[in-house]
Design a protein around this ligand. Sequence first.
Ligand SMILES: [Zn+2]
Length: 243
Amino acid sequence: MNKFMKKSMVIVLSLVLLFVTVSKVNVKKNVATAKKVYKVAIDAGHQYKCDTSTEPIGPGSKTRKMKVTGGTRGVKTGVYEYQLNLTIAKKLEKELKKRGYEVYMCRRKHKVNISNRKRALKANKSGADIFIRIHANGAASSSVKGVDTLCMSSKNPYNKNLYKKSNKLSRNILNEYSKATGCKKRYVSHVDNMTGINWSKIPVTIVELGYMSCPSEDVKMQKKGYQKKMVKGLANGIDKYFK
Ligand SMILES: [Zn+2]
């Protein structure tokens, strides 16, 4: 090998080394900047027909509750809660996908029979990071209105380890939903008798979109423009939770 060849070899080797180093740095950079894609499980509460048979309200519990209750109904519009819940769930799915989330839907049709326990198990299995249960409220008094959210208490015998995150999720959704819709902000309630919460292994919230027993709120919740605000509020709450 003459001097010239040696020099050329050294240059070529140096270039190869430099290329390998730069590629490695780039790969590392890409890994570091890759944004985690969060997955949201959505359950549109209730279904076409209730299921009065029972199931345990939590893992190992002797207390049993109806598998799926009937839900409420719009006092003015006559729309059933299971219909409103699915309408909003589907719109939320679309909005979340637009914002870069993955979404798992516990149901897409009305004529299904999926118990509350099964819905939680489906959400657990889906690989979702959080579980959003969509419901609407009913009260004896027609003047009660606004948004509520619910999750387990810090003493829940089944999944109290999820209390902190579920409470944060419930609070974020309550705040952002009332901000986006302008509806009355009610409370985060802590309850330990909800089957769909107790079987959950991921942070979970129930959002009660509004009161179908209040004529004005019932009518409002069927308006396309208002539904857009409802969905925006829910999605903003989810964004806030992950921020
Ligand atoms: Zn409900």
